[in-house]
Write a protein that binds this ligand. Sequence first.
Ligand SMILES: Cc1cc2nc3c(=O)[nH]c(=O)nc-3n(C[C@H](O)[C@H](O)[C@H](O)COP(=O)(O)O)c2cc1C
Length: 190
Amino acid sequence: MKRDIYLMDERSSVDNYKLSMSLVVPRPIAWIGTFNADGSVNLAPYALFSVVCTDPMMMQFASRSPKDSYKNAKREGAFTVHIPTVSQKPKVAITSQEFPEGESEADAVGMSWTKAPNVNAPIMDDAGVAFECEVHTFVELETSVLTIGEVRAIHVDPTIMAADGMADFKKLNPLSKLGRNQWGKTEDFI
Ligand SMILES: Cc1cc2nc3c(=O)[nH]c(=O)nc-3n(C[C@H](O)[C@H](O)[C@H](O)COP(=O)(O)O)c2cc1C
């Protein structure tokens, strides 16, 4: 197979970013919930997100510079991961904007919340899926920082569960991120 080779060191970081983000697709989106210092709710999408290990269950999101979700998780020792649906895309996009300090993204998109029962972070009432995560480790990677949390509890809307005790993919209907300004709809599978 003929392939072109792009050497990272010979290109700008923006070009490397754009190319890689169009190749590693679809990326699941974690809608991260944390408490700000004043107790208001911070909600922001992170697609540099993954399950890092399963026993114990840990998840990570990468902040491409120390952003509020990371700072809040560090101060409070916890965060929540919500899995947004395709229909929640407009709200997810709004919560990716930078809000003035003390202004809640959850309020801005009209989402009510409650404190998670097992960790000090908020859970959105409207989320079909939420993972309660206790901070385990931070990994500093040059300009970025990974926040790794151990999952303490998983909240799932029973209507998206299948009889085998797992989620029904079509009912979950997760939103994902592709390259450019494109978002993925993942309604089907083989
Ligand atoms: C779908 C989507 C995925 C994103 N993924 C990331 C990511 O993985 N890492 C990151 O640093 N920013 C990411 N961003 C940008 C952040 O959401 C944005 O900078 C946000 O303001 C960060 O909020 P915070 O400072 O409250 O944490 C993403 C934006 C969108 C729309």
